[in-house]
Design a protein around this ligand. Structure first.
Ligand SMILES: [Ca+2]
Length: 144
């Protein structure tokens, strides 16, 4: 019986979207799933990014997307990736594409900064201990 490679992979949506925060390198952030009803190599799917990206890697067999470079919201707020899935049919490999948008969520990563350093004040002798002479203020820089 002859078997033809008839179908490319079938994913759920053709567009994925994922929100992540400043995620350490090596973290898995997304899972692409695909099914190919063909049997044998014609139904065995390999994933890749097209074109490749230096910030994310995808496990060819499993479809797991991993961070491979430090992400910084201040530099890039979103990545538009295209996932290619190709079956392994030797004579007529079929492939499909899906979009994957990875949105970087800002996390506050700045420390409070004291202003008007150094602090000093003059005290008179015999100041009652409950008296407050000055207050220390700080502010947080917020990057939007
Ligand atoms: Ca197939």
């Amino acid at each position: 019986m002859l078997h033809f490679n008839e179908r490319s992979w079938v994913a759920g949506p053709s567009h994925y979207e994922k929100n992540i925060q400043n995620t350490p390198v090596g973290t898995s952030v997304f899972q692409v799933n695909a099914t190919d009803p063909d049997q044998g190599v014609g139904g065995s799917v390999l994933f890749s990014f097209q074109p490749p990206t230096t910030f994310f890697a995808i496990d060819g067999a499993r479809g797991t997307v991993t961070v491979i470079r430090q992400l910084d919201y201040e530099t890039t707020t979103a990545y538009q990736l295209t996932v290619n899935a190709t079956d392994q049919d030797k004579t007529r490999p079929l492939s499909s594409l899906a979009n994957l948008a990875i949105l970087i969520t800002d996390v506050q990563d700045m420390n409070p900064i004291f202003t008007n350093l150094p602090y000093s004040t003059n005290l008179e002798e015999n100041v009652p201990v409950v008296r407050t002479n000055f207050s220390i203020s700080s502010f947080v820089t917020v990057h939007l």
